[in-house]
Write a new protein. Structure first.
Lengths: 378, 378
């Protein structure tokens, strides 16, 4: 294998596939990046066996020559060192050559590295995903759907299925749901697809977080292919594979109240900042709990109390308050996560009682919903 | 005590004195910030008993009113919470009031915090430093002298005196020296002083690092007052006290070779980057050692070898090589620290043999010198 390549483009691809590589893997070859030089260009692969990422660099793009291939071939090199080396190379151009017994030479300017590589034939095969059943999402919508749900997955392995996000496809609509059993995030969107296929899968939260980091903020479509135990996201020059979580995701539809006894309308930013301030002291207490109560028909009060440190109260104007008076306590962290996930400036909160889950939505958008279970303190 | 104050100005001062406060202190009152409201303005104090910082906010500056004092007085409040609260207050203005039994109310916009304060009479007195013997340094020069020496102090408590920087004043010149016994950094400068006083003190490296962080990048003079066991740095509205280290600093003058057998002239940036690349692999081995050898009369080679990972070699052009051929090994980290501390684009390195300390200087500046002890490998 021998080729020369533009450094910046190469470094970016190395960085991308690195996101799949774990330094804690027990399989030595998976600490490496696999490099394949073909007649078409350079393919880089990284994997931790849960997530696999393939990045392709074509020989040419438009008029520009990116790679010059002198000899095709493959090698696996230590990912961490390779990444650091490529980033720090002195020249705009890098030459990579495999000499005897997997010795890999990296030349750039006056610098010459000689790395001990590994046998590429030992690198595991990526899952073979059949073409066919797939749907498309614009990259920015995909990233928004991930961002607005994935934070609510469980971090505990007690119920492994809750560490993933449930993706359901029903009647041309994709519904993403995450819950850790204390709060729930739901986001839906209409989907561009020819199929009437119905899916119900659970994608690990970690996979979605890594995917989101790699994707650019464009409107280019990402193709999504779902198989029995894998999902493949296909963007330009990038393949992202994730295994799916096994098991049935709980039916969360019964959790979401269909009626409400109290409804508040608030400016999202003002309310978020008030919660943030109240949580400064709440953090010291157990559970980071803040209280919300109605003062009159126009004003609510957010408060928290940490006997050793002190207390805080803040009044927040409400655009509209309807229904029964309410006093309720909840986790400041869950509320802040939910408010950050919502888009739009005005939000409404619907309560059905001080010990019942309550729902937060943007004022004029039914595609997203955040639900929080209150904490008993009053 | 009751006053209202501009939030941003107040937050900046809180941030400054916070640098003296350690969360690990065993003296509870020192986890607090002391606030004194006088007729002249607001004084904030933070201390960990090694370092004490006082920041003063005058009532007015030019035409602008910064503080309005309704009632003078003092209080001590938990520094960490107070800092976080002040940063996140909603309005441009903050009102602080002490009510009964050290309860401190912080009001801003619609937010009201009520913090449990501590008795200000229990706060330790800051060292009383007599006026009189002092000298001045422009702030930017002071910061440069700190930056160019303090990194070389010892991090080990085996010889506590080496954790400080030795400041010697002799014949109108200030000489700052730091060494951890493997390398040494020296920087000197002529001083503006009326006195013929001679000092020889050792300032803890930690104090100088914190001082450097607080000082702005201006040319305003900092007044420096030295007593038997304290040093006081006095900038505009800021007092920074540090205790001195006790004991005699070793005489380092004999360490610095006065002759040389080999002299190299190099571009500092090119050389630094080559060392940085060589250290990528060297870091894995013991001691992060790289080798330097002469190739011919114009080129040196930097290399390192980590049998498990691989090796790297890089040739670097030298502007001039004089004297005997040399092969020498040294810590890449020490070399990078030294090169970053030197200013100027061209540097020279003077060797007196493969096992003797060598000296790095800017090509046309005799006020600064870095010395490194080699490592035996050849």
């Amino acid at each position: 294998m021998k080729f020369s390549i533009q450094k910046d483009r190469f470094a970016q691809s190395v960085q991308d596939v690195l996101k799949a590589i774990s330094s804690r893997t027990t399989i030595p070859i998976l600490t490496g990046i696999k490099i394949d030089a073909t007649e078409e260009g350079i393919k880089l692969t990284g994997s931790d066996s849960d997530i696999s990422i393939e990045s392709f660099i074509p020989k040419e793009e438009g008029e520009q020559i990116i790679v010059e291939i002198q000899q095709t071939g493959s090698i696996v090199v230590n990912a961490r060192f390779f990444n650091e080396i490529v980033k720090k190379l002195p020249s705009e151009k890098v030459e990579i050559e495999v000499i005897t017994s997997f010795q890999t030479v990296i030349r750039s300017g006056q610098a010459e590295f000689n790395l001990n590589g590994l046998d590429p034939d030992e690198y595991p095969q990526l899952p073979q995903i059949e073409e066919g059943e797939m749907f498309k999402l614009p990259t920015d919508l995909l990233k928004a759907m991930i961002r607005q749900t994935v934070f609510a997955v469980s971090t505990s392995e007690t119920r492994p299925i809750l560490t993933g996000v449930n993706w359901k496809m029903e009647e041309g609509e994709l519904i993403c749901i995450a819950t850790d059993s204390h709060r729930l995030a739901l986001r839906k969107a209409a989907i561009e697809t020819d199929l009437n296929a119905e899916y119900n899968i659970v994608i690990p939260g970690k996979s979605l977080n890594e995917l989101s980091k790699i994707l650019d903020d464009t409107q280019d479509p990402v193709e999504i292919v779902i198989t029995e135990n894998q999902v493949l996201f296909r963007a330009k020059h990038l393949l992202f594979y994730s295994r799916l979580l096994e098991g049935n995701y709980p039916d969360t539809s019964r959790l979401i109240p269909t009626e409400s006894k109290t409804k508040l309308e608030l400016n999202a930013k003002e309310f978020l900042q008030a919660i943030d301030r109240a949580s400064l002291l709440a953090r010291e207490g157990r559970n980071n709990v803040v209280k919300l109560s109605m003062i009159d028909e126009e004003v609510i009060e957010v408060s928290s109390n940490s006997p050793e440190i002190g207390k805080v109260t803040e009044q927040v104007k409400s655009q509209a308050i309807e229904g029964e008076e309410i006093k309720i306590s909840f986790s400041a962290k869950y509320m802040m996560d939910a408010l950050k996930a919502l888009e739009g400036t005005e939000i409404n909160i619907q309560f059905t009682g001080p010990m019942r889950p309550f729902v937060i939505r943007p004022e004029h958008d039914h595609s997203i919903l955040q639900l929080i279970l209150p904490v008993r303190t009053y």
